[in-house]
Structures are given as structure tokens and as C-alpha cells.
Design a protein around this ligand. Structure first.
Ligand code: N01
Length: 512
């Protein structure tokens, strides 16, 4: 792919392909950023590799295909939120919008010819490791396929979470989740309740407020909000990037290095963070005139503990007279209203849940059965853990993309995914060259790695910043965040560390 070609594809051009082969060497599940990173990296080593991607939806794109709510955009700089191997000089803003990111992913697939490797409308229903045959028996919605290696690239933020709220089934109005936005609904003149005040809500609430008759926002916990330093990329910049890709690469490198500095504070010196909150407090003072609203919007935990939110119009929206900020969880719903913890009810005709996803209970974990007959979810028991965020003892030849402890609070997940793809490619190479049919990380290596992870997380703002967040499980353990600089992860995943694995070889068809 050359950087002078447009990488943004308006329409999906995936070829029609509906039949699954009976077997494949590597089966990748999911065609979002993670799946595309994995398959691209495998094909980089071996363009003829026997690798196939199954995707449950009709198109590639993952979360950037599904999340279409008004104002949906990336809150990580675009310079970092794209593949290193597929730069685009065409981004319109320093923080790209969802339609553009979706077009970018389609474009990467089109330009690199990955489409012929992807079977859409094909979901993974169940997969079981068959130790006798050294392969995964995978049941999909289009039939059974045998895979030597299984790559779960199903995303951590792909399954919307709805709170268990009494009476919701009685509600007679419209209900949907931000991740499955109902575009058929005209919100003009509606009385709308928005539940949740996380990264999604701050983006769509300012976009719909002018259409609504009244907005009622349920805030369980206020978040720290800082300005989004977004701007359009000028024609000159884009031309420069197109003609001199090295310039864009240098900009990417500079932004990467600068963002890594955040980790010095977030993970290693959280005591400096109160100084950073001065920026957020000034932003709040500028945007919110009503002192009661301002007090309600002031967090009581260290900045960075929950994901910092970037917005230039969220706080001012909550200060509007036609917006009610309810500082409580949604506790129940009646036929025509929502009710807060104090029992106050607010008449509404539409409820939009912006209540996030299920990262510590990914649905795919219920579908994968390992050596001892237990599913990955049973094995994890509510608290995921893995070796290098990628492999799990008892689950040979399984590679998780965006697995446990790979999430970031400061930089781009795409960088982590490309690191994991390197690790996978290195494993496949070593297996190929060594005649190895299966690799299983040892329990000791996984335990030791996780004790390092959790020791390292102990002093970070995500664990000790005084908030509860989706980073922490029911026991207060953090199975989500990567505890230090991203280049440390990149270095540790450069080469598959075979010494930490039990490898099975076949000689003349017999295990050795
Ligand atoms: O979800 P969230 P999100 N009553 O989990 C609240 C990524 N993302 O969809 O804070 C009332 O952050 C809950 O309250 P509390 C990003 O990684 C990325 O906004 O738990 N409220 C919280 O306010 C992000 O972190 C981009 O007390 C209830 C909210 O719901 C992740 O997606 C853009 C409630 C959930 O917030 C998830 O973001 C957008 C109840 N009963 C999102 N139950 C990028 O740009 C829950 N809440 C890359």
C-alpha cells in the first residue's frame, strides 16, 4: 500500500464468501482493529499463510462499526490511533470521528486484499481444545471448522452492558444503548433520560440536547473532564503527510513519546496528579456557572483513576436550564418515568443507556473450553488473567488480542495490539520451524507474570486513586490496565518466549 492512495473506503467491498473450510491453520475471530492487526502481521511474514478471519457482523470495523452515536469520535490522538503499517494522510481532525475510523478500517482491508480472508455474518458459538488432535474444534454459525491456532480478537468493549434496573420491562417508551444507537428514532421534542456519564455520554449528550425537550442525566460518579485539544488538519498538513510520509511518522513518534510521559505520573508518581487536576478544575469553573451544579460535577478521587474525559461542551451542557443533572444511580423505571435513589421520578419517553461494556466478563470467555473441560470464564472466575495479556495456562494454541492487563489510560490500544500481533507471529514462526503442534504457557510463568503485573499496579492511580471503575473487578483486583510504559510491553512481546511454554512436537505422527 502506498501512502499516496486513499485509504478511506466509503463502501464495504468485501467479497461474498459464505462457505467455511473444514480446517484452517490459524482462525482469527473478529475483524476490528485487533483482528486486522493479527491477520496483517501473519501475512507480512507469510503472504500464503493459511489464515482466516470470521466476523459475526456484516462488515469489518468492530467497535468503530457498531458505535454510531451522534458525536462518536476517538479520544486518543489520530496520529496514534491508526496502524503503523497503514498510515493515512487524510484524517480530517487531530481526534478522528467514528465514520472516518470505520472507513479507514475498511480501506486497510481493501487495499491490503484481506477481504478474501474474511467470512462475515459468521459468529463463533463455541470452541473446544481437542488434546488428542492438537487443534481447536470451533462451532460457528456457518458450521464447524478445525483450527490449529485460535486467535480471539473479539474486543473488550464490544458487548453493551445494561444495569439490572427494576421495572425496565414495564417502560412504554423507547430504550436503547449508546453502542446500539437507534437512528430510526427522531429525538426532536423528546424527554430523554441518559444513564451514565462516561466517555460515550460526554460525546453524544451535547449533540442531542438541542433536539430534546428536556434531558435528564443520571450521574452516579462525576468524572474529571479536560479540554479536547481538537482541530482540523489543514490541507497543507495533509499534503505534506501525503508527499513526505516521514513527516507524519515523525509527528506520530513525537506524540507517542509525549504521551508516554503521562505514565510517569499515572503509574509511577501519582502524587503529582493533583497538580494536573488544576486544569480540569479551571475547565469546570469556565464551563459551569451554577455553583451547585459545579459542586455536583467535582470528583472526589485522584484525576486519572477513572478514564479522564475529553470534552469542550459536556460540562456547559449540564449547566443548561433544560438539563437536569441527577446525582444518583438509576434505581427503577415505571411505565413512563425514571426513578433516582431518593425516590424522585422524572417523566421521560426515551431512555438512553450509556452504561458501558463488559470488559471483565467478555462473552467469548464463555465460549472457549480448555484442557480441563472448563470454559475460560469458569477458569477466570470473574477476574481475567493471562501471560503477556495473550496466552492462558490450560488453553493451548489460544491467543487473546486486547487480553487481560493490556488496556491503557494514556496512549493508543492499536500500539498494544500490534505488539500482541508480533508475539503471535513469533509464536507461529517458532512452531513452524520447530515442528511444534501446540504451545501452552506454564502455570508458573503465568503466575509469576501476574504477580509482577499486580505488584506494579498497586501504586498506580488506577488502583489507589480512590475511585471505583470498570478497571477493577468485584474483588478490587485490576485485570484491565497495563501498569507501565507501552514500550515495555512492545519489548516483552517482540519474541515468543518458548521457555515459558510446554511445547508438543509430533514425530512420525507421535507426540514427543
Ligand atoms: O462507559 P463507562 P462508556 N445508574 O463504563 C454509569 C471506551 N470509549 O461507554 O462511573 C447510573 O465509561 C457509570 O457510573 P460510575 C473507553 O475506554 C472509547 O462511556 O460507574 N449510572 C458510568 O458513568 C471508555 O472508558 C472512546 O459510577 C450508571 C457510565 O455508566 C469505554 O469505552 C469513546 C449505572 C459507564 O461509563 C466505556 O465508555 C467512547 C446506573 N445504574 C468510549 N450503571 C474512544 O474515543 C452504570 N452507570 C477511544
Amino acid at each position: 500500500m502506498t501512502s499516496t492512495q486513499s485509504i478511506l473506503a466509503e463502501e464495504s467491498t468485501l467479497p461474498e464468501k459464505s462457505t467455511l473450510p473444514k480446517s484452517v491453520h490459524v482462525l482469527v475471530v473478529g475483524a476490528g482493529f485487533a483482528g486486522i492487526a493479527a491477520v496483517s502481521r501473519i501475512l507480512q511474514d507469510d503472504p500464503d499463510a493459511d489464515v482466516l478471519v470470521i466476523e459475526r457482523a456484516h462488515d469489518v470495523g468492530g467497535t468503530w462499526r457498531d458505535n454510531t452515536y451522534p458525536g462518536c469520535a476517538c479520544d486518543v490522538p489520530t496520529s496514534l490511533y491508526s496502524f503503523s503499517f497503514a498510515p493515512s494522510p487524510e484524517w480530517s481532525h487531530t481526534f478522528a470521528r467514528q465514520p472516518e475510523i470505520y472507513r479507514y478500517l475498511r480501506g486497510v482491508v481493501d487495499k491490503s486484499g484481506l477481504g478474501s480472508r474474511i467470512i462475515t455474518d459468521c459468529s463463533l458459538d463455541a470452541a473446544r481444545w481437542d488434546a488428542a488432535q492438537n487443534l481447536w474444534l470451533v462451532e460457528t454459525s456457518k458450521g464447524i471448522v478445525h483450527a490449529d491456532v485460535l486467535v480471539a480478537a473479539t474486543g473488550a468493549l464490544s458487548t453493551p452492558k445494561l444495569p439490572d434496573v427494576a421495572g425496565l420491562e414495564k417502560f412504554t417508551g423507547t430504550v436503547f444503548h449508546s453502542a446500539t444507537w437507534d437512528h430510526e428514532q427522531d429525538l426532536t421534542g423528546r424527554r430523554i433520560a441518559v444513564i451514565g456519564t462516561g466517555a460515550s455520554a460526554v460525546q453524544f449528550v451535547p449533540e442531542i440536547v438541542d433536539r430534546a425537550e428536556r434531558l435528564t442525566v443520571f450521574q452516579r460518579t462525576p468524572a474529571w473532564v479536560i479540554p479536547r485539544l481538537d482541530r482540523t488538519l489543514s490541507k497543507v498538513e495533509r499534503t505534506l503527510y501525503r508527499k513526505f510520509p516521514a513527516v507524519q511518522k515523525a509527528v506520530r513518534g513525537t506524540i507517542y513519546s509525549y504521551r508516554e510521559l503521562y505514565v510517569t505520573a499515572l503509574a509511577h508518581n501519582p502524587w503529582v496528579l493533583p497538580a494536573v487536576s488544576v486544569v480540569a478544575k479551571a475547565h469546570l469553573r469556565r464551563q459551569v456557572k451554577n455553583p451547585r451544579t459545579r459542586a455536583a460535577l467535582t470528583p472526589d478521587f485522584t484525576i486519572g483513576c477513572k478514564r479522564m474525559l475529553l470534552s469542550n461542551d459536556w460540562l456547559s451542557t449540564l449547566d443548561r436550564p433544560d438539563v437536569d443533572l441527577v446525582t444518583s444511580a438509576l434505581t427503577s423505571v415505571t411505565e413512563d418515568s425514571v426513578v433516582d435513589a431518593a425516590g424522585n421520578s422524572y417523566p421521560v419517553d426515551t431512555i438512553i443507556f450509556a452504561t458501558g461494556f463488559t470488559p471483565t466478563e467478555p462473552p467469548v470467555s464463555h465460549a472457549l473450553t480448555g484442557l480441563d473441560g472448563r470454559t475460560l470464564a469458569e477458569h477466570w472466575d470473574g477476574s481475567p488473567n493471562a501471560f503477556r495479556g495473550t496466552t492462558v495456562h490450560g488453553f493451548p494454541n489460544l491467543f487473546l488480542m486486547y487480553g487481560p492487563n493490556t488496556n491503557l489510560g494514556h496512549s493508543s490500544i492499536v500500539y498494544m495490539l500490534e505488539s500482541q500481533a508480533n508475539y503471535l507471529a513469533s509464536a507461529l514462526e517458532q512452531m513452524r520451524e520447530g515442528g511444534i503442534v501446540s504451545v501452552e504457557v506454564t502455570e508458573a510463568a503465568q503466575r509469576q507474570y501476574n504477580s509482577w503485573i499486580h505488584d506494579s499496579l498497586a501504586g498506580t492511580v488506577w488502583n489507589s486513586g480512590g475511585c471505583s471503575s470498570w478497571y477493577l473487578d468485584a474483588e478490587g483486583r485490576n485485570p484491565v490496565m497495563w501498569p507501565t510504559y507501552t514500550f515495555t510491553f512492545r519489548n516483552s512481546t517482540r519474541t515468543f518466549d518458548a521457555n515459558d511454554y510446554v511445547s508438543t512436537k509430533l514425530r512420525k505422527g507421535v507426540r514427543v
